[in-house]
Design a protein around this ligand. Structure first.
Ligand code: ZN
Ligand code: ZN
Length: 150
């Protein structure tokens, strides 16, 4: 059963360390697997989960968000210790997004509605069955099997 976005949202008061560990475990990934998917060093994941890293640079942050299947805004929220008020949605440009690659953080920002590069309207749901996009690690909609990008 696909995980719901809400389950993956950070809890109030949750630290970056606890959050990353919780989502990683819920996905059944080892630290090494997470590091591999996120394109960061295993040591970096260890430091994050031990609470030694509390701020993330842009590149590891988007890598981790992608590997964990959560919006970058969730990681921003736990780093800053603020609640995720407006739930950021996974959005992608139907023209520029390359399926199987992390969405550009400029698309997943809650305020974004149009692509910064080609000004297409961003998609946050399956073009066929209109279920929300669960994870852009998928190339296909888990509900109806259609490709997210035509
Ligand atoms: Zn575009
Ligand atoms: Zn669908």
């Amino acid at each position: 059963m696909p995980l719901l976005q809400q389950e993956l949202a950070p809890n109030p008061e949750e630290t970056l360390a606890n959050y990353v560990r919780r989502v990683r475990m819920s996905l059944g990934l080892s630290q090494k697997e997470l590091a591999g998917r996120a394109g960061v060093h295993l040591q970096s994941v260890g430091k994050i989960e031990r609470g030694q890293t509390t701020r993330l640079k842009q590149a590891p942050k988007s890598g981790l968000a992608y590997a964990l299947g959560v919006p970058v805004e969730y990681l921003d929220a736990v780093c800053k210790g603020v609640a995720v008020e407006a739930i950021a949605s996974l959005k992608f440009c139907p023209r520029c997004w390359v399926p199987g690659t992390p969405p550009d953080p400029m698309w997943t920002t809650t305020r974004s509605k149009y692509c910064f590069a080609c000004s297409s309207a961003l998609c946050d749901r399956c073009p066929d069955c209109h279920k929300p996009v669960e994870s852009l690690k998928f190339r296909f909609c888990p509900y109806c099997g259609q490709s997210y990008k035509k």
